[in-house]
Design a protein around this ligand. Structure first.
Ligand code: SAM
Length: 462
């Protein structure tokens, strides 16, 4: 691998006698790993393979399959996620107890948000934010496919969210960085790298951290991570948070056999992943607890006094029954569409709406067109879909791909009306069967565009 000379000069002294092993690892293939959706998962379905040591639901693939042609990929049954970054889950499991409000500030495309969603209680709230609009749409798509109703996707600058003083118990800042840890996976990361860019990244990270800090509750937890190796964007920034913003750096439980390297600074618990020691890409993570500040607690109460205007409109009970556990949800309209959001978190949603630009929220059940109520794809993929509310039809792989390409289907032996298509019993989407053909209701923007459909069924999971 052709590494920039300045990168070598700066990184070799950090790794000392590990340097040659590190270089050899950069010349090997990047591993591919997937993490199963815990709420959709049936563990019997995964082929025996190596699991990611610091996750209880993630596995390495022997080679990279064409995920696009696996219907379960589109159904949110698993997420293709770089293994090292799953270590965030370890911090979440250790420091999050009970019902909490979590912000994933730099969340697109959604790897860590889907991981966090798996680990939170049903009465916890996850706000997944992405500042770049096009990336926020991809994030919303991935979160919808993951299927948790307690998630709100936003598209805001950190400074806007910082105005929600003391609102969040946990904030993850998976910061935009110089990407040294991605050199093996992404050649663009090498050509864009420069010492100047490292400096700019560090400054931007500090701006982001300072902007978002007021939104963290006193005593709240900040998880800071990057996919780069240098000290400036990692330990030096953690030191800066600790000293300038007022925080305590906390340890995370690890096992020796995981191969995680310690911080390069003495007396600072932080966790480093190098490709010659762990099966994954470069990664850095530290966990900090915010020190108590009286002012924050006061403002937090003010935020909560927001006047709530609940909608008086009601959705007919027959449509509410599309959701299992419907009594846990508040149903409300937006234009012709109807949404469900966990009732216990509904006032939080109101507060978020008055401050932030919301891209998606809870579960969209469907939309009225005249007297017809057209069920939405968000309902299909929801972990609260009442499958008993619809006739279902389990399709073979070829039909599933035809459906996901949004092509017309003919289901002449099936009843007329809305039919829920499943693949290996996992919900895929709706069609409206009108007899001689079935109208394909799959979301236009999500369809498989590639026409190079393999001749044989692709199986990532058994
Ligand atoms: N957490 C994501 C995941 O696990 O899939 C990856 C996030 S990526 C490392 C960093 C994200 O920060 C990018 O999506 C990028 O668009 C966003 N970003 C860039 N500039 C930003 C800024 N000034 N403030 C907040 N986020 C920013």
């Amino acid at each position: 691998m052709n590494l920039p000379a300045d990168f070598i000069m700066r990184t070799q002294p950090l790794l000392k006698d590990e340097w040659e092993n590190f270089l050899a690892a950069l010349d090997s293939d990047a591993p591919v790993s997937i993490r199963l959706n815990k709420r959709k998962n049936n563990t019997n379905r995964i082929a025996p393979t190596d699991n990611v040591l610091w996750s209880d639901s993630a596995y390495y693939m022997e080679k990279r399959p064409q995920f696009t042609f696996d219907p379960l990929f589109h159904a949110g049954y698993y997420y293709v996620q770089e293994a090292s970054s799953m270590f965030v889950g370890q911090a979440i499991k250790q420091y999050i107890k009970g019902d909490v409000k979590v912000l994933d500030l730099c969340a697109a495309p959604g790897g860590k948000s889907t991981l966090i969603a798996d680990l939170l209680s049903e009465d916890s709230l996850l706000v997944s934010n992405e500042v770049i609009r096009s990336r926020a749409n991809i994030l919303a798509e991935n979160m919808t496919k993951w299927g948790n109703p307690n998630v709100v996707v936003t598209n805001n600058d950190p400074a806007n969210i910082g105005k929600l003083k003391g609102f969040f118990d946990i904030i993850l800042v998976d910061a935009p960085c110089s990407g040294e840890g991605m050199f093996r996976k992404d050649e663009g990361a090498i050509s864009e790298w420069s010492v100047e860019n490292v400096k700019l990244c560090k400054e931007r990270q500090q701006r982001i951290l300072a902007d978002i800090w007021p939104a963290l509750k006193p005593d709240g937890i900040l998880i800071y991570s990057t996919c780069t190796y240098n000290l400036e964007e990692n330990e030096e920034n953690v030191q800066w948070i600790r000293d300038e913003l007022g925080a305590e750096v906390l340890p995370v439980d690890t096992k020796e056999e995981w191969g995680i390297s310690p911080s390069f600074m003495e007396d600072m618990p932080a966790y480093r992943f190098f490709p010659h020691k762990t099966i994954g890409e470069g990664f850095f993570m530290a966990v900090l607890r915010k020190k108590e500040e009286e002012d924050d607690a006061k403002i937090s109460k003010k935020n909560r006094n927001n006047k709530e205007k609940y909608s008086k409109a009601d959705l007919p009970a027959s449509y509410k029954s599309y959701m299992s556990d419907k009594e846990q949800f508040t149903f409300y309209p937006k234009g012709d569409s109807w949404f469900a959001f966990p009732t216990k978190l509904y006032h939080d949603l109101f507060l978020l709406k008055s401050h932030l630009n919301i891209i998606s929220e809870g579960i969209c059940l469907g939309e009225f067109k005249g007297k017809d109520f057209i069920p939405n794809q968000s309902l299909v993929l929801s972990n609260h879909l009442n499958t008993g509310a619809f006739p279902t039809y389990d399709v073979d792989w070829k039909t599933a791909i035809t459906y996901l390409r949004k092509e017309a289907l003919v289901l002449s032996d099936q009843p007329k009306g809305y039919i829920l298509l499943t693949y290996k019993d996992i919900p895929l989407g709706f069609v409206k069967n009108i007899g001689n053909r079935a109208n394909n209701l799959y979301t236009q923007e999500w369809r498989i565009r590639s026409a190079n459909v393999p001749n044989e069924e692709l199986r990532v999971i058994i």
